[in-house]
Design a protein around this ligand. Structure first.
Ligand SMILES: [Zn+2]
Length: 240
């Protein structure tokens, strides 16, 4: 089966690329390659637009992965028929970079937050303005201390890198998995570990900034009590 080359995994800073249509229809547009991240792991799917050979553009509101693993770009209005997107059509993709960059910043910030609280993560989500992680924890948390530590890790400007390991190595290192709600992405033969130098190492398929300083100003929102064993920690960007 044809599948989409996920260029955002190779370089999260790519803002546009050329691509060919593999399939297009009511459910969305499938391309041979893309810079659009597909919704997953609590990170929203990317938006932007496609530029067709005749110069017209098609607004993409999100990108998703189907249960059988196909990556679909979702037009603002579902397509009826091929709408000029016959298989083989060459087009250009342009990412809504401002929105995606905020996702990258917040996503990387959540790795830092995770490193500061020694408890299993049971869930998480982010948007362009905020992020949150749920911890399996039955004691209170010191909001001011966590906020200060988070801001210090950002200011220290740690490099963010990656290592690739095999599925087999991943199975032997399940201690690295911090987010119980998101299974490590096994099955592709290799798994990407995201490493924040001297701070955090965990398998992750999301998009990250290159250095923690790029996250910018953040502060903690409420720490919510979501049940006996669940503390939800909210983080917000300081400038909106
Ligand atoms: Zn990540």
């Amino acid at each position: 089966m044809a599948s989409t080359r996920e260029m955002f995994r190779e370089d999260a800073y790519l803002r546009e690329c050329a691509a060919k249509v593999l399939a297009a229809g009511e459910e969305g547009v499938e391309l041979d390659q893309t810079v659009f991240y597909a919704e997953g792991g609590g990170q929203p799917g990317d938006s932007g637009h496609l530029t067709l050979p005749d110069g017209s553009t098609l607004t993409i509101v999100s990108t998703v992965r189907t249960p059988d693993g196909r990556l679909l770009h979702l037009p603002e209005t579902p397509l009826t028929g091929l709408s000029g997107l016959a298989p083989g059509t060459e087009l250009k993709l342009t990412l809504d970079w401002e929105r995606r960059h905020r996702h990258m910043r917040m996503h990387t910030c959540l790795h830092l937050l995770c490193s500061l609280i020694p408890a299993p993560v049971t869930g998480g989500a982010l948007s362009r303005d905020k992020g949150r992680l749920d911890f399996d924890l039955d004691q209170g948390l010191d909001k001011e201390a966590i906020e200060a530590a988070l801001q210090r890790l950002i200011a220290e400007d740690h490099p963010v890198g990656e290592q690739w390991i095999t599925d087999e190595e991943m199975r032997e290192r399940l201690d690295l998995v911090r987010t119980m709600a998101v299974a490590p992405p096994l099955g592709a033969g290799r798994v990407r570990l995201v490493e924040i130098d001297a701070v955090d190492l965990q398998p992750c398929g999301g998009t990250h900034v290159a250095r923690t300083g790029e996250i910018g100003g953040v502060h903690l929102g409420k720490i919510e009590n979501k049940g006996k064993h669940n503390r939800r920690v909210n983080v917000l960007f300081t400038e909106t």
